[in-house]
Design a protein around this ligand. Sequence first.
Ligand SMILES: NC(=O)c1ccc[n+]([C@@H]2O[C@H](COP(=O)([O-])OP(=O)(O)OC[C@H]3O[C@@H](n4cnc5c(N)ncnc54)[C@H](OP(=O)(O)O)[C@@H]3O)[C@@H](O)[C@H]2O)c1
Length: 430
Amino acid sequence: MTHPLSIGLAGLGTVGVGLLHLLARNADLITARAGRPVIVTAVSARNRDRDRGVSLAGLNWHDDPVALAADPSIDVVVELIGGAEGPARDLVESALAERKPVVTANKALLAIHGAALAHAAEEAGVPLAFEAAVAGGIPVIKALREGLAVNRIARVAGILNGTCNYILTRMTDEGRDFAEILADAQRLGYAEADPSFDVDGIDAAHKLAILAALAFGRPVAFEAVHVEGISAISTFDIGFARELGYRIKLLGIARASEAGIEARVHPAMVPEHAPLARVDGVFNAIVIEGDFVGRVMLEGRGAGAGPTASAVAADLIDIARGRATPVWGAAAGALSTAPSVPIDQHIGPYYLRLMVVDRPGVIADVTAILRDQGVSLESMLQRGRAPGEAVPVVLVTHETQESAMRAALARIAALDAVMEAPTLVRIEAG
Ligand SMILES: NC(=O)c1ccc[n+]([C@@H]2O[C@H](COP(=O)([O-])OP(=O)(O)OC[C@H]3O[C@@H](n4cnc5c(N)ncnc54)[C@H](OP(=O)(O)O)[C@@H]3O)[C@@H](O)[C@H]2O)c1
């Protein structure tokens, strides 16, 4: 038999232990598909004594994960520690310097240091694989970079964060507030104790930056992603969205135009019959639009031990077979230099919710400001009357440039009848 592929595994948390289980349980299938056994020979984590529910007998233990890179018995380094800096980054850089292939699930690392790491992998002539870094078990990296490689991609849009989708789904189904559902999600283990990475949109932005790089063949540019989270979405917005025929989803959207590449993560109103509007709970989904293939949608579990380990192990099979693709789909010299388009230049329809004092003339003031900025209205909704008190008013615009919308919003927010910061949600095709 050909010699086994020997793995050095750093990180024995949710995904690391999931990978050990998967490699053991499906060993025969993996051997057949990889053409040789894939076995873990060395591991590293912080706490050697922790019971992880899996036997580590016979495996070399390294206190320092970076030591895995230099261990001569290891063919491939698998980094499942996490974090854009510290041991994860040190390990991946060291492994590439040692000309060892790397598999990682680390979206933060790829989004922030992906351009330099791709360079290092290309110099070393070894693969840097990261299928698990975006949308967990959904093979979207392979789909974009290989299956759809011949297409010019116009747009990628997706639900990329399961925690946000879970919270928004429950807000929609139960009519309860963001804070209440978040607390419940934390109790049930669907949200972290510090949920900011998820609910502020950062995690989705890391993933979108990676997808945009693959879709448009451009080095990853996380700093160019416009990011908004879901904490400003209220039950009013969820209810109005329903009334208007939409669902609110946190989307990551990357679009190519003549001006360049637009990449943004924010809550969006999606038409209720669009496939993305029907992806609920912790599920992720990605829509890809290519010039020859048309529209493709992938849906599945974006996190969890099993789905994420499935993606990591698939990368290991590619490496065992000697299959490799450049990190961003083409060699560094062949990548695009298209500029990033700032959010100010985004054009689309908007939903605007105001809390205004219920008194004559207020709506006229608001619509006059919109008219002055060249923003035309498609519809307006006002529910309930409470003379002298704050009531919600919703305005839906025709296609408008973001800069005009922002200028109008600043003036509207300054009106003394407007009681809280207005909520703006972009309306997006599904
Ligand atoms: N969880 C998911 O569903 C999921 C989905 C997609 C992608 N990912 C990505 O996969 C990676 C791992 O996530 P996870 O959920 O498995 O994380 P996790 O459960 O927190 O596990 C992290 C592991 O890293 C180890 N570690 C931390 N600092 C270390 C250090 N200085 N030296 C050696 N080991 C160290 C920890 O050791 P101890 O156990 O000894 O503390 C732990 O075993 C992250 O990049 C994450 O973004 C996760």
